[in-house]
Every structure is written in C-alpha cells, then in structure tokens.
Design a protein around this ligand. Sequence first.
Ligand SMILES: [Zn+2]
Length: 199
Amino acid sequence: MVKFIIKGKHNKLSREEIRALFHATATILEYHNKHLESKTVEVNIIPKEGFKGRKTKTGTNVVGTAKLHRDPPLILMSNHQNFSNAATVIIHEMIHLYFWEEFGDEIEEKLTSTLTAKIKQDVIDMANVIVTNTYQRAAFIAHTKMSYRPDDEDFYDENQYHENHDDSHGEKYRKNKKRPISFLEAAEIVKRKKARENI
Ligand SMILES: [Zn+2]
C-alpha cells in the first residue's frame, strides 16, 4: 500500500476526507492486483488558478494532473471542487498512475474516465467507512501499547470475538455462508448442552 504525502489545503473537503478517498482508491486498485513501484505518492492541492489556461484533450479546464515519472509520483488537484467532483479527480488521477503503461496515450482518457465512473461509488462508500471515527480509531491505535497492557500475565481479550454487525454485500463470496459464531456464543451453547445433559 502506498503512503500519501498530502500538501496544501482544500476549500471544501477536510484533509481526512481527502486522505480517505486516496486510500480507498488505492485499496480497491491494489485489491485487484494493480500496483505502483513507488511506495509513496505526493499530492499537491493547489488553487484552481494554478491550472489556468490549461485545457484537457477535449477542451475542458484541467482540475487535476498525474505524473508517474517523478520521484515520488505526483498528483496535482484543484482545491475548489465539491466532494463528488473531488472524488472523481482523485480516482481519475490515481487510475492514470496505476495504469500508466497499460492504457497508452491515445485512448487513455476514455479508459480512465470510464473506469473512474465504474468504481466511484465503491470508493466513496469505502472512504466514508474509513473517515468515520478517524480520531477515535487513531486514539485506539496510539493507546494500544500503553493502555491495553495486561495488569499481570498475557491473555486473549475475548472481546475480539464479539459478534459484529455484518450484512455485507460480500456474502456471496463467502465459502461458509453460515455466519461464524462468536466465542461467547460458542461458550453459551456448550453451557446449555451441559445443562441439558445434567437433567
Ligand atoms: Zn485524465
């Protein structure tokens, strides 16, 4: 997974939302075995005037650019768009980086923009999941070594088997379609079975 070095401020999106959109896009592309050689990508958020006078292949105003052959690879994006359009730019420029050699110069904008449209909703859904509770999760991670130490000997925290809410759309890809039961549920079943046998 690449690390994003994000510079500059966006007028409408928080830094957390921007990070989440980049990470969600990378996660989806890398899940499908697309990878970058570089371990980092630099993102510069700049005022739209920075793109002034620059037109896309079809004559619209440029609002984002990707450059793979920089060290690290660079994405420039405008700071003025709403969430949906900023998501489009982030996904689009990330696809340019990840498919740099594959698409070829001639028709790359058609391929890039169509794939952007196809994965956009999934990227936004995932970005919304990871941006929610950002700081609570950051605190959990930061406090782990200090605050979650056992008082005495090492042990497994049974809360890790808590039966979590899972109504995911991924159900059809699951081998065992029956939901796995939690440790506490399993303990409860054993207890009930023992109680029955004692009668
Ligand atoms: Zn493009």
